[in-house]
Design a protein. Sequence first.
Length: 476
Amino acid sequence: MPGTINDSTPLLGQNGSSDIHTYKRRWYILTAFSLFAFTQGAVWNTWGPISTTSEEVYDWQDSTIAWMSNWGPIAYILSGFFFFWLLQVKGLRWSVLSSSFLLAVGTVLRILTSEPQTATVLIHMGQFLCGMAGPIAMGSPALLSSVWFPPQERVTATSIGSSSGILGVAVSFIIGPAIIDWYMDAFNRTHATNDVKTEVDQLAVAKALRINLEQQGISQYMYYECAWSCSLFLLVLCYFPSKPDRPPSASASMERSSYWSGLWSLRNKTYFLIVAFTYGVAGGVLNAWYSVLSVNLRPLGVSENKAGWIGFYSTVCSCLCALAVGRFADQFVRRMKELILLILVCSGLCFLVFSFMVSGTIHYSEAILYFTLIVGGSLIYAAVPLMFELACELAYPTSEGAANGMLTYLNNMGSMLFLLVLSFPDVGTTWMNWALTCSIFVCVPLIALLKAKFHRLEIDEGLQSSVNAELKIHIA
């Protein structure tokens, strides 16, 4: 009678110490985490898409908008190592729970008052707390996929987790401007029916009414984000285990090096450092560049609303591309280096064309604007899960938390430096596009020289081969 494999069959054989098993609840865990990452991305990117409105309501400058975005990378750099230590020592539950709590508190601070000076201080504090939730939101997808998913689903799970934060950024590009537009429709109707005696009075009343309605729109937006963030914290509090009872793969059951020693060992892994540098430079600059897209496109005469839709289309396409590429890479894991290299070249060409158009070398075209921004951004973000997984393979046996923590740490360092330059008064915006283009092309030769090694995958594949051989002998 042929042998069968069921839940009680020890897949590691006589020499194994644990069973391999996958649980259906892994999709709930991934969904809950994805909602958290989605929310963190949306809250962080609150102010860039409504920069024009915010500057009028709170008397801010472009540099203030840059600081609102920059609190994310700054908080990440200050707290990142602690949270990745917490991730390895206490696991996913306490890490995600504490981060979602910080996110909820940060959104609460932003609704306490609408008085411009006090609100500005509280918003800065709220953005900083939101940024402290970033290390777990950005750096945990690869660890979650390793702990909960089998090898043939790991890249897909990482793609979903890492794309969720990008999707949150996408939604923030349209939700904020949409709420503001809804309130401004009321202003247009009211202003059209008012009969004001003098032109001076008319302008004064119109401006006061407009600012009041814009402030109401921003306050409503803050309430929505706060309610959603607090609900998410309660969801994680109710049920979010750190790991399943039995591991989904052999490598997931093996003990890793301690956090600090593993982190220190990464300095000697040259190929890992190449991937980390690529994600830090190309990905970090792109994240910061998108967060101030409305400011960047303003000199081209692109409205806040249109810039929001461009950002939305771009980031939604990025999510779809990341999922498609991730699923493809699950079938061709050993070709991740070649995929990353191709993506970098194509994306760099898109942003090169965009930079030439902004500088006037190429005639302005709305079609070119949409194409270069959407395709260029989508390609880079599609490479993110590939970089995460390749970095984990190159870093093994260093834990996924430490490896991806280093990647996202450098990513936020790149974002912070980019936004620091923008925070200087009268620095302009033209340099932003050339900085982005150069940050992508400088990584191309480095990836070309990289030799991909798959230490973790070889353990899982080698074990599976031995299990199959053992089953054949047993059946015979």
